[in-house]
Design a protein around this ligand. Structure first.
Ligand SMILES: Cc1ncc(COP(=O)(O)O)c(C=O)c1O
Length: 383
């Protein structure tokens, strides 16, 4: 069997073998509950607290500021709902961008249905938030500004430092969904003015179903999960010890390799684009120059993105579309729509997200396959 080419790292990444090795004892003989008083429990507790220290160190936080969660979706839900409900007596506003992941947007919309005041700020053609519009929307009534660090579809990096400054000026808290950047780009919460930050292990070589929320000390946060006294009474539920151990093992590795790996991925995606420009025609590049390493989003004219994804899949290449299934038909993503990509062109969108194991050969093979598929489907369209 020939090796498949995996170019969908923004969806999820393969588990790093080192993370699996580190997890194995906690899936087998080290089975203790981190809340138990006996030796088995203490062993689990030590692993969890050591992991907390690592996460804190990587993002420039203090260990008590880290809450382990079930992943990016829970962290985002907790940040938004936790701040809004806690501060409801004084401030009821939430400001976010039009290009957030559904884990933020859907939570924001749910809060709006509960009568919180939601303002959604637009982006320019590169997917970057309009900072003037953001400043206009943030008021003394705003409890939280939530702006993602890098976009999962286009790789666009948001000016989070400036956005955090705007929030702080009005006394609002600032949250960033850094699910696509932790382990890939340097993120320092203290220096950037971040009050809350979401991360997810499976985006940087860790296991699925585990993540963390950073919440600056002294921030009042309503609980999302009611239950026991876990996580300093901020999140009820027995800690996922193997998951947490796997997450920090992957995080440590990603962090150590970050500088070289991000440079390598920038060069690799630049090479992919160069080859695509040489060999293919009729496409628009939606990812800006300044992007999260690894992500290239392209819209192809006169083809359907879904059929390209399926064709590439048959050729052994895994990528994603830029569409979402809405009531049975493929609709262009809200991100491309917010960027003003015409609907017809947006339908031909494919996201390529390169990662750890990818090489120039993968880029070449993908361009070759795309060339064949584009020729065939455009020919069929005109016949
Ligand atoms: C930007 C962003 N936020 C949040 C999430 C959700 O994370 P999880 O899959 O850990 O729930 C994702 C995953 O696709 C994402 O890309």
């Amino acid at each position: 069997m020939t090796r498949r080419i995996y170019l969908d790292h923004n969806a999820t990444t393969p588990l790093r073998p080192e993370a699996l090795d580190a997890m194995m004892p906690y899936l087998t003989e080290r089975h203790g509950n981190a809340s138990s008083l006996h030796a088995d429990g203490r062993e689990a507790r030590e692993a969890v607290e050591a992991a907390r220290e690592t996460v804190a160190e990587v993002i420039g936080a203090q260990p008590p500021e880290i809450i382990f969660t079930s992943g990016g979706t829970e962290s985002n839900n907790h940040a938004l709902r936790g701040v809004l409900t806690e501060h409801r007596a004084h401030r009821s506003g939430l400001v976010t961008s039009a290009v957030e992941h559904h884990a933020v947007l859907e939570t924001a919309l749910a809060l709006a249905r509960e009568r919180f005041n939601l303002r959604i700020v637009g982006v320019d053609g590169t997917g970057r938030i309009d900072l003037d519009a953001l400043a206009d929307e943030v008021s003394d009534q705003t409890a939280l500004v939530s702006l993602m660090h890098a976009n999962n579809e286009t790789g666009t990096i948001q000016p989070i430092e400036e956005a955090a400054r705007i929030a702080r000026k009005r006394g609002a808290l600032f949250h960033t969904d850094a699910v696509q950047t932790v382990g890939k780009l340097r993120v320092r919460v203290e220096a950037t003015g971040i009050d809350l930050l979401s991360m997810s292990a499976h985006k940087f070589g860790g296991p699925k179903g585990v993540g963390a929320l950073y919440a600056r000390r002294n921030i009042k946060l309503e609980r999302l999960h009611h239950g026991g006294m876990h996580e300093r009474s901020r999140r009820g539920g027995t800690e996922n010890v193997p998951g947490i151990v796997g997450m920090v093992t992957a995080l440590r590795l990603a962090h150590t390799e970050m500088a070289t790996e991000s440079e390598r991925l920038q060069a690799l995606t630049a090479y992919f684009l160069e080859q695509a420009r040489k060999e293919l025609d009729g496409f628009k590049v939606n990812s800006p120059e300044e992007r999260g390493a690894g992500t290239i989003n392209l819209s192809f004219e006169r083809v359907d993105g879904e059929s390209l994804v399926l064709g590439l899949d048959l050729a052994g290449i895994s990528v994603s579309t830029g569409s979402a299934c809405a009531s049975g038909s493929m609709e262009p993503s809200h991100v491309l729509e917010a960027m003003g990509v015409p609907k017809e062109l947006a339908r031909g969108t494919v996201r390529f997200s390169f990662g750890h194991g990818n090489t120039r050969e993968d880029a070449d093979a993908t361009v070759d396959a795309l060339k064949r598929l584009l020729e065939r489907s455009r020919r069929e369209r005109t016949e």
